[in-house]
Structure formats: structure tokens, C-alpha cells
Design a protein around this ligand. Structure first.
Ligand SMILES: *Cc1c(COP(=O)(O)O)cnc(C)c1O
Length: 355
């Protein structure tokens, strides 16, 4: 048995793998593979419609918020967001909480004037910045709700008068939030909602259409909304896997139920890290991510041996990002509590063997 703690692409529900595999061979007894269906057929339209409806339902979106499934990964949104929301002289506020935020800031410079209103850089991103002000004239305030690489997370979404924009790639649908408070949310699917190759973008349609620049057709959110994410060929298989994963989430009891489980998983692992004399967490307690748990060993010389030991226990994907070192255990929605227990047991056994 393999316990998959990969940072992304990452674990999805086993039933989703089975259904997706079957759909590649014979989709719903049509005699056709999902891979050879025309995207404008009623058969695929039903998939797209259900994926959008499930996302709206699970996020409890109001009628101002539109859902899109787009190509390009979250990294494309780093530029597509400012392209749609900023003119060259406009400012937008950004919180710099790690690698992904920094990349978003870099791209925003191509389309407007991003202003970094707070940064965790001096502390090597081990905490979420507190006490900062966002200028009123900033067209939006961009945050990365969960910092996949450094393992920190905004436990409270800051309240400002600005339009809120959020990169939720690694914690979308993992916890209850008022998603309607955001002007725009984007997320690459490969961490919590499906297969790589598709982005989810949720936008309050009232914030669109305010810029003077000409936006290339394929980059303009309004065109994708108008065409129901079928402006061009959507990533059909990736959308299908999202749809299956969203169905699964609904069956689990939706976001509230999965949040409870995610809380339990994170609490179990952080407790072991705090209690076990060999390990320490890298992020301050109040900002620790419930999705990506980063930790190191007091004695770095033992890290290689611990990694080998966990492999022997079927644990994969816990090597930390090269910028942080140590370990990162990603506890996405589909990861069962039992896998976290296996990791905790391995940490305890390893500690016993290395006293
Ligand atoms: C993984 C990740 C990205 C990058 O996603 P791509 O789909 O590879 O472009 C961006 N932001 C966050 C928070 C991520 O976790």
C-alpha cells in the first residue's frame, strides 16, 4: 500500500481513478472513449455542465459569480488576472507570502503597477504577515491563500475595501470560506480538484470589462463566460476528472465534512512533529497550513535515513521543496487519515530506533 503525500499532481480518490480509467475505455456505454468525444456533443456538454454546477454548489456561489474551466495552469492566471483587471497606470496590492506570490507579482508588472503591501520574505516565509495596510485605490488585493512550498496558510482572509483576488491552487475546497467575498479565485486543478491541465477560475462578473486595453480573445474572461468554457476545445479529460472529484466531494458531505477531516489530519501530524524530539515544524503555529505540512529534523544528518525509512513504509512524496529542505507532507482532500497515521507511526518508530 502506497501513501501518497505528493505536493502536486497529487492523490485523488481511488474511485475517481477507477471511473476515469473506465471512461477512457468506454464512456458511459457509448462505445467511445472520453478522449474521442467531440467537446460540442451533448455527451460532453453534460460533463461540463455538471462540473460547473457542482463547483457552484460546493462553493455556495451567488449569481454574480461565474465559473470557468480554462487551460494553462495557475501560472497563466498570474498574467491573465492583471491583464483583465488592470490598466498600465493602475495599482494592485499583493501580499508576498512565498514563491507563488512572487511569481504572480512578477507577471503583474507587465500589465500594471503591483504594490507589495506585505512580505514574509525576511522570515523566510515562516509566517503570514500581520499589520499591513492596503491602499484604497488598489484595483484589487491579491493573496495566495495557501503557500504550497513554505507550508503557511491565511487562516483568516484579510478584510479590506478592495476587490479580493486569491490564488487557491492548493487549498480550494479544503475548508469553508465565504467564497462570494472574492472578486476572483483561481486554482490549478492538480492539487485538490482533479488532473493537471485545467484551471478553475471563479469571477464576480461585475469586476470585468473595466479596463481600456485590448485583451486577446482567448485571454478575455468575458468570452469564456459567454461560451461556457467552450470558447475553444477545453481540456476535456481534465474537466471530466474534476467533475468526478467534485461528485466525490459532494458524496463525502461537501466542504464542511472534508474540512473536519482535514483538521483532524493536520492536528495529528503537527502534534507528532511538536511532540517528537527529532522533528520541528518550520512555520509559526498560528499560520501553519492544513494542506502542506513542512518540517525538518533538529539533526539534518538524519534526514536521509528518515526518508529511506518512510519509503520502506510505503510513504511517498514527503521530500521537502529544495527551497525549504526537510520534509513536506501534503494532506489534500483525498488523502485518508490512515495515511497520516502511517506517517506518524513511522516518525515514532524512527525516533525509538534513533534515541
Ligand atoms: C502549484 C501552484 C501553482 C502553479 O500551478 P501550475 O498549474 O503549475 O501553473 C500556483 N500557485 C500555487 C499556490 C500552487 O500551489
Amino acid at each position: 500500500m502506497v501513501h501518497n503525500f505528493n505536493g502536486g499532481p497529487s492523490i485523488l480518490p481511488q474511485t475517481v481513478f477507477e471511473q476515469a480509467a473506465q471512461a477512457v475505455l468506454n464512456y458511459n456505454n457509448t462505445g467511445l472513449s472520453i478522449l474521442e468525444l467531440g467537446h460540442r456533443t451533448p455527451t460532453f456538454q453534460a460533463v461540463m455542465d455538471e462540473a460547473q454546477a457542482l463547483l457552484k454548489e460546493l462553493m455556495q456561489l451567488d449569481s454574480d459569480h461565474e465559473v470557468m474551466f480554462l487551460h494553462g495552469g495557475a501560472s497563466t492566471q498570474f498574467m491573465q488576472v492583471p491583464m483583465n483587471l488592470l490598466d498600465e497606470k493602475d495599482t494592485a496590492a499583493y501580499a508576498d507570502t512565498g514563491v507563488w506570490s512572487s511569481k504572480a507579482i512578477k507577471e503583474a508588472k507587465l500589465y500594471g503597477k503591483p504594490e507589495v503591501v506585505c512580505s514574509g520574505k525576511e522570515n523566510n516565509y515562516t509566517a503570514i504577515p500581520k499589520d499591513f495596510a492596503v491602499p484604497n485605490d488598489a484595483k484589487y488585493f491579491h493573496i495566495t491563500t495557501n503557500n504550497t512550498i513554505y507550508g503557511s496558510q491565511w487562516q483568516k482572509i484579510p478584510v479590506t475595501s478592495n476587490v479580493m483576488v486569491a490564488d487557491m491552487s492548493s487549498d480550494i475546497l479544503s475548508r469553508q470560506l465565504d467564497f462570494n467575498q472574492f472578486g476572483l479565485i483561481y486554482a490549478g486543478a492538480q492539487k485538490n480538484i482533479g488532473a493537471a491541465g485545467v484551471n478553475v477560475v471563479v469571477v464576480n462578473k461585475n469586476i470585468l470589462g473595466k479596463v481600456k486595453r485590448t485583451i486577446a480573445t482567448i485571454m478575455d474572461y468575458r468570452n469564456h463566460i459567454k461560451e461556457g468554457s467552450m470558447l475553444n476545445t477545453p481540456p476535456v479529460f481534465a474537466v471530466y476528472v474534476c467533475m468526478l472529484t467534485l461528485r466525490w466531494l459532494k458524496e463525502q458531505g461537501g466542504v464542511a465534512a472534508i474540512e473536519k477531516l482535514n483538521d483532524e489530519k493536520a492536528a495529528l501530524l503537527y502534534k507528532e512533529i511538536d511532540d517528537n524530539s527529532l522533528f520541528k515544524a518550520t512555520v509559526v503555529p498560528e499560520d501553519r497550513s492544513k494542506m502542506n505540512v513542512c518540517f525538518v529534523m533538529h539533526n539534518p544528518d538524519l534526514e536521509e535515513a528518515f526518508l529511506t525509512f518512510t519509503k520502506q513504509n510505503g510513504i511517498v512524496g514527503i521530500k521537502g521543496h529544495r527551497l525549504v529542505g526537510g520534509f513536506r507532507a501534503s494532506l489534500y482532500n483525498a488523502l485518508p487519515l490512515s495515511s497520516v497515521q502511517v506517517l506518524v507511526n513511522a516518525m515514532q518508530d524512527f525516533a525509538k530506533n534513533n534515541q
